[in-house]
Design a binder for this molecule. Structure first.
Ligand code: R5P
Length: 330
């Protein structure tokens, strides 16, 4: 894009700004670029016959402030390696600063050794991104906040909360209860409840295996009240389906669900569709092709674009979030 057009549309962006996209989520990358009033940088990405990835950046990046948008969503291995190659390519082309914009950070679930002889996959992914040459990272609702500390480079941790809350508010619910589908999600649910001036309840979830969960109890009162269940991600949909079932058993009136990352693996679509929830709001940190009718996809692009602009201008990113979730470091 000519520099004069970029300046006219977004006076906050200078000629040193460049933004590129991997192949993980072209629609989100384009939406971010549109929000910023710029065009995505020209990059060729293809696969060799043996599956290896070939990349060539077709514009000058020497001395530039470069952003690369690539969620490491399924297929996780391919998207992660593609991100690493893009960063390596930009580093060797003498970009001044490379910011990896990773709306969904894959491999986040393994963030500690909870038994012998297992990897800490989240730490390895962070090491790889740093070693490839990223100078900073932007991500949204990391599965565990401590993953920020796995990076020895700055990481801006964004929250989808303002995006999901704006849609919850449109429901105009009276005396709603915000429900966490498990104990691990309480901090997140509490920050939603605080912002919505709603009460909080917690589902007592036990995981049976990777795809099945079991719940028996709800801590808190949901009887006769509308319920908003919030979670960081929906993978197989087991946690949400069980949470909807139990709050309804305890008398919840209408149940809505909001989650940041719609991984939607295996039986997730069917489980959500049959869950009995009124609506499931998911952001587009991950592509959700042909969403089931119960799902409403809401865009995180304006939030990411604002964060990118602030980073480019060396402005505060934490200022984007008026209220900080408990335990937040920023
Ligand atoms: C758990 O710690 C997470 O916050 C999610 O609740 C979980 O990953 C969802 O997985 P699934 O949809 O497979 O139950």
């Amino acid at each position: 894009m000519p520099a004069d057009r970029r300046k006219r549309e977004n006076p906050g962006i200078d000629d040193r700004f460049r933004i590129f996209a991997g192949r993980a989520h072209p629609a989100l990358s384009r939406a971010i670029a549109d929000e910023l009033g710029v065009e995505l940088g020209n990059v060729h990405i293809s696969d060799f016959p043996d599956g290896e990835i070939d990349i060539k950046v077709n514009v000058d990046v020497r001395g530039h402030d470069v952003f690369v948008v690539q969620p490491t969503c399924p297929p996780v291995n391919q998207n992660l390696v593609e991100l690493l190659l893009l960063i390596d390519c930009l580093r060797r082309a003498s970009a001044d600063r490379i910011t990896a914009v990773i709306p969904y950070f894959g491999y986040a679930r393994k963030d500690r050794k909870d038994e012998g002889r297992v990897p800490i996959s989240a730490k390895l992914a962070a090491n790889l991104i740093t070693e490839a040459g990223a100078d900073r990272v932007v991500s949204v609702d990391l599965h565990a906040a401590q993953i920020q500390g796995f990076f020895d480079i700055p990481l801006d941790h964004l929250y989808a909360k303002p995006v999901l809350i704006s849609h919850f508010r449109k429901l105009v619910l009276q005396h709603a209860v915000v429900v966490s589908p498990d104990v691990g999600g309480v901090k997140m649910a509490r920050s939603y409840a605080k912002e919505l001036a709603a009460e909080l309840a917690i589902v007592d979830k036990r995981r049976i295996n990777a795809t099945q969960t079991e719940v028996e109890a709800v801590i808190g009162d949901v009887g006769g009240r509308p319920v908003l269940i919030v979670d960081d991600m929906i993978t197989t949909g087991g946690s949400i389906a069980e949470a909807v079932r139990i709050v309804k058993r305890f008398g919840a009136k209408k149940v809505y669900v909001g989650a940041t990352h719609g991984v939607l693996a295996g039986p997730a679509r069917e489980r959500l569709q049959q869950s009995g929830a009124e609506r499931v709001f998911l952001t587009d940190t991950i592509p959700i092709p042909n969403p089931p009718s119960i799902v409403k996809v809401v865009s995180i692009a304006p939030l990411l674009a604002t964060a990118i602009l602030r980073i480019h201008r060396s402005e505060s990113v934490s200022g984007l979030f008026e209220e900080k979730p408990e335990g937040s470091s920023h």
